[in-house]
Design a protein around this ligand. Structure first.
Ligand code: SAM
Length: 222
């Protein structure tokens, strides 16, 4: 998969996407990630990317011209252009799975008070929010999307890290898990998990996943 990111803060991407599973995916050629500085598409001495909103109001908006020019030069025939914005539809495991079958994503991240509306109207194929809170800019949201999508690409996770049975994959949160020792600080692993009764273990896990979902995320059950 190819992912391009348009940002005012390319340096923010260096650490998180250069470690662990994402680093391995990049090294194996499963993820071709390019981070682009939006200011490279400005033409004035100050490399201006923002301006005051018409009608007044606090803060500055991202100007349309550099974003249009950048998207038009980076976009290929099948590229899906996604704006990161608190006003977008809420990103989820299901949306990550939908994006993981695309070949080519362009993530457009904002800053200040967000985008001139014409960016949304004319350039965006989709608009995603990572949650109901407002961050200072779209770099972290873009990294969240990249991480969640990349780990679903075929060949990225090994068997030890499989995404088959984890939270949200069956509409439920994940069941409780334990490793050795079987008893720790007086807390024992549930007997069923060391019983060797595979059908019993499956049933226990389903029940526990449901209980945890009812307690922490009842919205997933409706
Ligand atoms: N004025 C905007 C609003 O009320 O919706 C908020 C702009 S925010 C300060 C600046 C940029 O950060 C946004 O353009 C977006 O790219 C990014 N951002 C902030 N919170 C986000 C979230 N929850 N999900 C996705 N992107 C977010």
């Amino acid at each position: 998969m190819k992912i391009d990111v348009l940002t005012l803060f390319p340096a923010m991407f260096a650490g998180p996407l250069d470690e662990s599973i994402i680093k391995r995916a990049r090294n194996k050629g499963l993820l071709d990630l390019k981070i682009h500085d939006l200011r490279d598409w400005t033409h004035d001495r100050h490399r201006t990317v923002d301006d005051k909103p018409f009608g007044g109001g606090p803060g500055m908006l991202m100007k349309p011209e550099p974003i249009f020019e950048a998207v038009e030069s980076l976009k290929r025939e099948k590229t899906k252009v996604i704006l990161l914005s608190p006003g977008g539809r809420k990103f989820s495991q299901q949306i990550a799975a939908e994006l993981a079958v695309e070949n080519d994503l362009l993530l457009v991240t904002g800053h200040y008070e967000g985008f001139d509306e014409r960016v949304r109207e004319a350039l965006a194929d989709d608009e995603l929010s990572i949650g109901d809170y407002v961050l200072t800019n779209g770099a972290l949201p873009a990294m969240v999307v990249i991480d969640a999508v990349t780990r679903l690409l075929p060949g990225v996770l090994g068997d030890d890290e499989s995404s088959r049975d984890e939270s949200f994959s069956h509409g439920l949160l994940e069941y409780p898990q334990y490793t050795r020792p079987a008893e720790f600080k007086g807390m024992k692993v549930p007997d069923i998990l060391v019983s060797g009764n595979h059908a019993g273990i499956e049933k226990w896990r389903r029940e526990q996943a449901r209980k945890r979902t009812e307690k922490n995320r009842p919205d997933l059950l409706t």
